[in-house]
Ligand binder design. Structure first.
Ligand code: SF4
Length: 448
């Protein structure tokens, strides 16, 4: 049996794939080491979403290649995930340090790849016979994050065809896991000590649509809200087209469902959204946001945007800026557009210069910084439920926790510098009195 190192890059959906692969390997009797230098076999689960992610993946492969050459214990390098799914041929030709590759639908073959047995190449190699993979509650999975928090992938793939996005080509058509399988997995996670579950997918609001379910996400949330021992259920990546009354009511149906909506809007100008092949405009989005804020009092709204999309005029950008000022999102992420091979947007003109796109991004972020600071300051003095995460990354003298309004790995955190209510341990839900607002984070004292 081998000692295996594992590097997981990219998004939480990729992390779930990594955890499944680790689970499959441990079931075979292999051991996983956190120390790549001690590994005999190294697996890198890659991301290929945009150029930066690709570069990070390739850099990790090159570093592993050096380690392999250095004469240590590492003798086999396996690359999995989005990068080989998209560029199988190029990788095999140009990165000879790699011994085997697996695409996103070949996760069940990981033990064979580790054993050095031949595996068929991913779809991008021209195969047309590959099935689409999606794990379920019977699949072994080893959690790699803190023991009290886990992601659950509710579906895979995407049927939208946003002009800038390559995901549907990599991950395939949209398919959902069954509702009983998800409830079962949530129960299993709860039995293992998980207290917060975050639902992820490419398009979470489409959950169940391929299985003939209407308002599948709302039904799923109601079911998960009844799983004992789970304190918070959070869902990410909702599509503005599918914000229904049922979904809003489902969020309200249980205090366990986080009042947190992550809805990537990408833009607010109707012309840019049309070019992006997404639809919607400033007024339709404004109405959706008003419905969410009215239907879910105290909701935290997060969105992500792209600036510098081909053809984005100054007027389009000013409309977006105005929209963000008016909407006062609680959280905002802004990306600059970059051409992605094999996307419709790649062929669109006129391109916006990198400098202009960067400047537009900076303007939006500066505007948002003020909004965020004010919103954070308004929390000082309030008592809020916090999930304690453990020692802070900033300082060992502090603990760290998150509010319902702080999603793991995306938003700020609460730094806990005192307790008036005894010992505080990771995985507990406690009440925090907010004492200070920092740039992104909050500072507080546990009071209950
Ligand atoms: S909905 Fe999301 S994953 Fe699907 S094509 Fe659009 S941006 Fe990509």
């Amino acid at each position: 049996m081998a000692r295996i190192g594992f590097i997981s890059l990219g998004c939480p959906k990729n992390l779930v794939d990594s955890e499944v692969m680790i689970g499959l390997l441990e079931r075979e009797g292999h051991t996983i080491t956190p120390d790549a230098e001690r590994a005999e076999i190294l697996i890198i689960n890659t991301c290929s979403f945009i150029g930066d992610a690709r570069r990070e993946s390739i850099d990790a492969v090159l570093a592993a290649g050096e380690l392999k050459k250095s004469g240590g214990s590492l003798h086999r390098l396996i690359v999995t995930g989005c990068l080989p799914e998209r560029y199988a041929r190029e990788i095999l030709e140009e990165l000879p340090e790699i011994d085997a590759i697996l695409g996103v639908n070949q996760i069940p073959l990981i033990a064979r790849a580790v054993a050095g047995e031949p595996v068929p190449p991913p779809d991008s190699f021209g195969r047309r016979d590959a099935g689409l993979y999606l794990y379920d509650h019977t699949t072994p999975r080893t959690l790699s994050g803190p023991p009290h928090a886990a992601y659950m992938k509710v579906s895979e793939g995407c049927d939208h065809r946003c002009a800038f996005c390559v995901i549907p080509r990599i991950r395939g058509r949209f398919r959902s896991r069954s509702l009983p399988s998800l409830v079962r997995e949530a129960e299993q996670l709860a039995a293992r000590g998980v207290r917060e579950i975050t639902l992820v997918s490419q398009d979470t609001t489409a959950y169940g649509s391929d299985l003939g379910m209407k308002d599948g996400l709302a039904r799923l949330l109601r079911k998960l809200g009844r799983v004992d021992s789970i304190g918070w259920i959070r869902f990410l990546y909702i599509h503005p087209d599918r914000v229904s009354r049922e979904l809003i009511e489902a969020v309200q149906s249980s205090p366990k469902i986080c009042r947190y909506i992550d809805m990537p809007l990408q833009h607010a100008s109707g012309a840019v959204l049309r070019a992006m092949r997404r639809g919607g405009n400033r007024s339709t989005f404004t109405r959706i946001i008003e419905r969410l804020r009215k239907g879910i009092p105290g909701v935290t709204l997060r969105t992500t945007l792209i600036v510098g999309f081909p053809g984005e005029t100054r007027a389009d950008f000013l409309e977006l800026k105005d929209f963000c000022r008016e909407m006062e999102f609680d959280r905002l992420g802004v990306f600059t557009y970059s051409d992605e091979e094999d996307t419709i947007a790649c062929g669109l003109e006129p391109k916006i210069s990198r400098r202009t796109a960067e400047r537009r991004r900076r303007i939006l972020m500066e505007q948002q910084a003020e909004i965020s600071r004010r919103k954070n300051r308004e929390l000082v003095g309030r008592r809020l439920e916090v999930l304690v995460e453990g020692p802070s990354e900033e300082s060992e003298l502090l603990l760290e926790g998150r509010l319902q309004s702080q999603a793991p790995g995306i938003d700020g955190v609460c730094l806990i510098n005192d307790s008036e209510a005894g010992e505080v341990r990771a995985g507990q839900f406690r009440t925090l009195r907010i004492t200070r607002a920092l740039e992104h984070d909050l500072l507080g004292t546990v009071v209950v």
